[in-house]
Design a protein around this ligand. Sequence first.
Ligand SMILES: Cc1cc2nc3c(=O)[nH]c(=O)nc-3n(C[C@H](O)[C@H](O)[C@H](O)COP(=O)(O)OP(=O)(O)OC[C@H]3O[C@@H](n4cnc5c(N)ncnc54)[C@H](O)[C@@H]3O)c2cc1C
Length: 402
Amino acid sequence: MKPMPNRDTYDVVVVGGGPAGAVAARESARRGASVLLIEERRQIGLPVQCTGLLSVRGFEAAEANPDVILREVRGAFAHAPDGRILSVESPRVHAYVMDRDRFDCNLVELARNAGVEVQIPARAVGFQPGKLSVQADGKTEVIKTKVVIGADGPQSRVARWAGLAPPEKFIVAIQVTIPYEPEREDFVHVYLSRTIAPAFFAWAVPSTRGYARVGLGTDDGKKARTYLDCWLNKEFPGRTVMGFNAGAIPIGPVERTVSDGVLLVGDAAGQAKPTSGGGIFTGISCAKIAAEVAMRAVSENDVSKKNLSEYEKRWRELFEMELRFGMLAHELLCRMSDEEISKVFETADDPELLTLIGEHGDIDYPSGIAKALLKKPALWGKFLQVVPWDMDLLIKALRYLL
Ligand SMILES: Cc1cc2nc3c(=O)[nH]c(=O)nc-3n(C[C@H](O)[C@H](O)[C@H](O)COP(=O)(O)OP(=O)(O)OC[C@H]3O[C@@H](n4cnc5c(N)ncnc54)[C@H](O)[C@@H]3O)c2cc1C
């Protein structure tokens, strides 16, 4: 185990060695900052709590080594509660399925190469502006730092210490690996049904040859395991179940992500997409902005909340509309019965619409489909008839889309 770092004062200490933390640390170091990254787990990336799906755009933003890619994804089969299956194919490779623990290790390695000091295992246990208490090897030390970037995931302690409110809602996501021979190796399966996965969805994503990661998310966390067992018994009876993992996905952006000497990124900031639960792309993108703003503030010798608030403004310009629109879509899904979901599928089972989704569908920017739909009033009208809208929801949705 490495000794505790003994630098007098760091420019930036990043708490959390997930993708958002590793990228925030790397980008801060690339801008000339002295950076310490601390991670409480014994091994970066383990245990894995992820399906490992990342858009091509997100993968490029991460700069990870392509050898962590297991598969290319070109399309999806969407399953309705009544058994109808819609197939949507993109004209290009849209996403990758990755080996998530090797992805995380690779990002931390890139941070190290950029000059970041990495301390593992080391846990942040307290914070006051300018000082972070860190526990490692049975000892607690106070580390001086100008800025703390809280990349400490869904239950962020940094947020609590800085008086920043938690995300609006948590989805519990639970997943196993099963033997699986896909009909299309480059397609993922998504199952929308209140009975299978209330308030979210279930998935089957081909991973290494002969296997798939199958799981579901729900807002009824206590019953998540029961829902998963029921669905596995029905959909994949008799399969050997391996690699169980579960975690919380925070959805709904937090009210504030900046305080004196503190910035929050990734799940700590509620930056995961409410429609898919994907948080890697948004977390990495916001981490880059956080690094830029932190370094500007450090060089100006002013790390006050006011001076760091440029981060808040910039990341919200990029993603807030998308996240808020995603929360509306989530709210709508929560209201829908299986019968209503099946009706939406029936309406969507239209060659013109499926082509439109194939062309405009983007897991990073899911509102793109709704925007494209707005230009086709005939299709729009059909959906309004089957979806349980109310005026309030409709007005909010139009505000985000127009
Ligand atoms: C089952 C499941 C499937 C998912 N699938 C996908 C997917 O396919 N694609 C996708 O984009 N997203 C997916 N997600 C979401 C994705 O995993 C997260 O959005 C992403 O990991 C967030 O990255 P992060 O760096 O913000 O936080 P994390 O990856 O959670 O990293 C936070 C790190 O901080 C460390 N930490 C916490 N507290 C402290 C402390 N006090 N001191 C030191 N270290 C600390 C933790 O140990 C952890 O390593 C999934 C989530 C789940 C649960």
